[in-house]
Design a protein around this ligand. Sequence first.
Ligand code: MCA
Ligand code: AMP
Length: 501
Amino acid sequence: MNPLYDALIAPCAAREGGFLLRPDGSVLLGYGEFVEQVGRYANALVGLGLEPGDRVAMQLEKSPEMLALVGGCIAAGLIFLPLNTGYPVAELDYFVENSGARLFLCDPGKRDALAALERFARVESLGPQGTGSFAALAAACDTAFAPVARGEDDLAAFLYTSGTTGRSKGAMISHRNLLSNARVLVEFWRFTGADVLLHALPIFHTHGLFVATNVALLAGAPMIWLEKFEVEAVLDALPRATTMMGVPTFYTRLLEDARFGRDVAGHMRLFISGSAPMLEETHRQFEARTGERILERYGMTETNMLCSNPYEGERVAGTVGPPLPGVELKVCDAEGVALPDGEVGVIEVRGENVFHGYWQMPEKTAAELRSDGWFITGDLGVIDAQGYVSIVGRGKDLIISGGYNIYPKEVEAVLDAQAGVLESAVVGAPHPDFGESPVAVIVAAPGAEVEIAAVRAALGEALARFKHPRHFDVVEALPRNTMGKVQKAALRARYGEVFKV
Ligand code: MCA
Ligand code: AMP
């Protein structure tokens, strides 16, 4: 038994036609080719001496090869660890070292620049169309591979999530976590082999990899495979799709294009949005333009999907719907005691979908995952009389930009280390394209000048581009409360209009 292999990959051998399609409907990768590629990669991984439970880190451009590599890791009983393609070397170092990965895979073009990672792991490259050193190893391997036996609670993936304090944490995710959630979603959203999913999300996060890809594989639905979200390509592909998943920025960008309307979208069975809050105004505009109501859902890296508006029944803008089948959810006080419906509190969840803790961080695990299985999400929510959940805020200091999470503390640490900076605070401000975007508020050291150009350059070295503040302000002092704590709410109010168009 290998739960994920058996449910997601093995059935592909009996499927006809394309698994990944180009926007024009032609086949990019057939189901049969996918299974063979998975077998080759699994043989190559084993050939490198990797053993069940070993970690394989990867920073790869979105490609059929990367999907097959994930499949190869599953088949070989390895734990895969996909990393955002935007991370510079400074960030990668930590993930590869912390995870104890034995193998790191990168794009062939980045191989030389990432040679420093060899001090932690073997480094190989894998690019599209069979390029790279790992592809060469795999080309010499057999396609037949007997999947390594795994139990439901064996780990399948580590996904790193930042934290409000300290370094990123590797969320340990098991076969059971992924499979139970995929099964619920296929049924709840009515996915079948007759669907064609338009896939324009990155595949290094839960949304594009576990929600979209696992659901498509489990249902036997092919995917139209776009390397990234681009309005033009999406408009081209929509007529051949039946469903699409995206972050709110996808939908606001589509709405900005006058060609997007009933003609291209009216035939779609389902549009799903998540990863960040969608404005009620966007829901309204979308329905007015296409006649379709976006189905909004809510999830987290640590838990996969938690709540969803119904497939049939009312989809209520501004809510994320009731908890999914199999997910227990309560809104509670700091001690975990459930509050009456209608009161705002912290959302806690429990179920087969909830992760196994943070890799080698027992204290952080204990702080967020209670011994009775309840996970403290850090989101603030309220449940209405119909059982619909609304996310009304975040107990955690987090900015979500275009569906990517940014923890202010990480940005502040880089800012504070710059010459002439006494201290800083980073807050999110509403942004017309990304939903929210970071603003850096900096206090100069006495008598010092802060050079914003130098600060930007330092950010470029240290952090992925999406984390960079898009507005900087140098001020005399940060607003503080009587306890001396920086009043971020006051800063959010002060900078609330900086990105207004
Ligand atoms: C790219 N950039 C960004 C972002 N993405 N900056 C801020 N926020 C972003 N999200 C940078 C680029 O590096 C570029 O930098 C500049 O911004 C402009 O890029 P642009 O062309 O506008 O961006 P893009 O390449 O079109 O990407 C925007 C995007 C993309 C399509 C919204 O970010 C995206 O696909 N987001 C989806 C994220 C996602 O899948 N999240 C799910 C996480 P420069 O100008 O310097 O070159 S999973 C999750 O949250 C949970 C589990 C859940 O519930 O799903
Ligand atoms: P991540 O850690 O990247 O998995 O991001 C998870 C966080 O995204 C959640 O804790 C929420 O704060 C947020 N999120 C996801 N979906 C939604 C949604 N539909 N509405 C509001 N926030 C969301």
